[in-house]
Design a protein around this ligand. Structure first.
Ligand code: AMP
Length: 489
């Protein structure tokens, strides 16, 4: 069986309906069970006032029920808004206010939770959306990326180029609030394959995703390069440990040459695909198989070619994307849409904010960001969103988040600096519980590993806080005597 997005129906009902569709943290579902559960979810949602074009927040972690709710929403025509439990309640509430949501669905309790009483649910201005993904925003508010159903269709068509085989078994590792996870969700739904969900908590407690992948005969590993890098410490992460693995599908951040070399040694026959793209262009836009020839010719590695109906080009050193997979726009952010989106040949276009270049044959390279957006273990973070949270700590002092980078340019961790005025470099007593305060507002991966008091934040020639100088001073040992709550790098 499989799910047909064009008709919102399960089709091929006679083909392996008892094969597993979802291996979840709380239960497993066959294709037949997924179809029944999604239909029942759709009815329950309708009874709660949800309808076509009314967004539905789905909150949870790696329950099979998360997939049930997403598919049920697709059947209803209601765009789903995935929110992982890594997001604190306050962040969820802010997203709910942006959406004007009247309720959300909790996949752990399998219940709709009311958010405001007595008001009819509101439909969005955009119609026929598949989902809305909230990413970090520079103003301190997460931005809602609206992805149309036509964009997901384009993603599904494009994924055929990856040749993942019939009924692939995908390993899902990233949270559903990170759009890379839509590779596995739509890969599984469109092919009649299986998705194996991996809970965050066992990962944090050290349980091995490699063991889970082996247990369920995973064929396609989807993750950020950082995640795979961490698995290299596990000797079971090898062709012998994962005999059914055929493909590594990477996305979300730079794919380091060193990681590819290590993987080529451990998995000589497994294909390695590097894909690139922002959430705003439905998961990814360019791709390339990194084989020995590409590895020998390029360092850093290329992000590949755009095999879409649209195109990718470089304008003023910035990568720009055009095509049906480009978002409909940020929700309620006409200001941003006006500067980041454009139309070309009748298609939507998006300026990525990524520096890029193209070789003579059209091979594309990404050279980092124009702005203050960073990636930390694959998570997309606007430093200005952390700044905004730091500035709201008691004292309302100017503050800045500063990324500390490894020699290869990747971010190892983020340190916060707060202006304390006169006196020494210590933090005032009112800031003792800064971590707990930030945790009320930011997901754990956005909380700086240290907060350092600073007499005055340095500014650059254009009067912006000089993050580079702060990082340099930190590395030079300037703040050594006064660091607080340091964590190992
Ligand atoms: P996200 O919206 O979380 O998928 O993050 C998108 C951003 O991650 C892009 O704009 C790039 O800055 C970066 N990125 C994604 N994939 C790659 C890649 N393969 N190589 C380099 N940077 C990447």
């Amino acid at each position: 069986m499989r799910f047909d997005l064009a008709t919102s129906h399960f089709v091929d009902a006679d083909v392996d309906p008892d094969a597993f569709a979802v291996i979840g943290s709380e239960r497993n579902l066959s294709w037949r069970e997924l179809a029944n559960a999604s239909e029942a979810w759709c009815e329950a949602a309708r009874a709660k006032g949800f309808a076509a074009d009314v967004p539905v927040i789905v909150r949870g972690d790696k329950e099979a029920e998360f997939v049930v709710a997403m598919v049920g929403a697709l059947m209803l025509g209601a765009p789903y808004v995935p929110i992982d439990t890594v997001y604190p309640d306050e962040r969820m509430q802010r997203i709910a206010r942006t959406l004007d949501a009247h309720a959300y669905y909790d996949t752990r309790t399998r219940a709709f939770v009311p958010l405001r009483d007595g008001m009819a649910p509101n439909a969005l201005r955009e119609t026929h959306l598949a989902y809305i993904m909230f990413t970090s925003g520079t103003t301190g508010e997460p931005k809602g990326v609206q992805i149309g159903r036509e964009s997901v269709n384009a993603l599904i068509d494009w994924m055929h180029h990856f040749k993942l085989g019939t009924a692939p078994v995908f390993l899902n590792l990233v949270p559903f609030s990170f759009d890379v996870s839509m590779y596995e969700v739509f890969g599984m739904l469109s092919s009649g394959g299986t998705v194996v969900l991996t809970e965050r908590s066992p990962l944090e407690s050290g349980a091995s995703p490699v063991v889970r992948a082996a247990e369920h005969n995973v064929t396609t590993w989807v993750s950020t390069p950082s995640f795979a890098q961490r698995q290299l410490l596990d000797s079971r992460f090898s062709a012998q440990g994962l005999p059914t693995l055929r493909t590594f599908l990477f996305c979300g951040e730079v794919l380091p040459v060193g990681l590819v070399r290590a993987l080529r040694t451990r998995f000589p026959d497994v294909r390695l695909i590097n894909t690139y793209g922002p959430t705003e262009a439905t998961v990814a836009t360019t791709w390339i198989v990194i084989d020995d020839e590409v590895l020998a010719r390029h360092s850093p590695l290329p992000i590949g070619y755009a095999n879409r109906e649209g195109q990718v080009f470089v304008d003023d050193d910035e990568l720009c994307i055009v095509g049906p997979h480009v978002m409909r726009g940020y929700l309620n952010r006409d200001d941003l849409n006006a500067t980041r989106m454009f139309t070309r040949n009748g298609m939507r276009g998006f300026r990525t904010g990524d520096l890029g270049s193209a070789g003579d044959d059209g091979l594309l390279f990404c050279h980092g960001r124009i702005d203050d957006q960073v990636k930390l273990t694959g998570y997309r973070i606007e430093l200005m969103e952390i700044d905004a949270a730091l500035c709201e700590l008691p004292g309302d002092a100017p503050a800045a988040a500063v990324p500390l980078r490894r020699p290869d340019g990747s971010v190892a961790r983020i340190v916060g600096f707060v202006e304390t005025g006169e006196g020494d470099w210590r933090l005032p007593d009112a800031l003792r519980d800064w971590q707990a305060r930030l945790a009320e507002r930011l997901p754990s991966y956005m909380i700086p590993s240290e907060l350092i008091g600073c007499r005055a934040l340095p500014v650059s020639a254009n009067f912006k806080i000089d993050r580079a100088r702060l990082a340099e001073d930190y590395r030079g040992g300037h703040f050594k005597a006064v660091t607080h709550a340091a964590q190992p790098e």
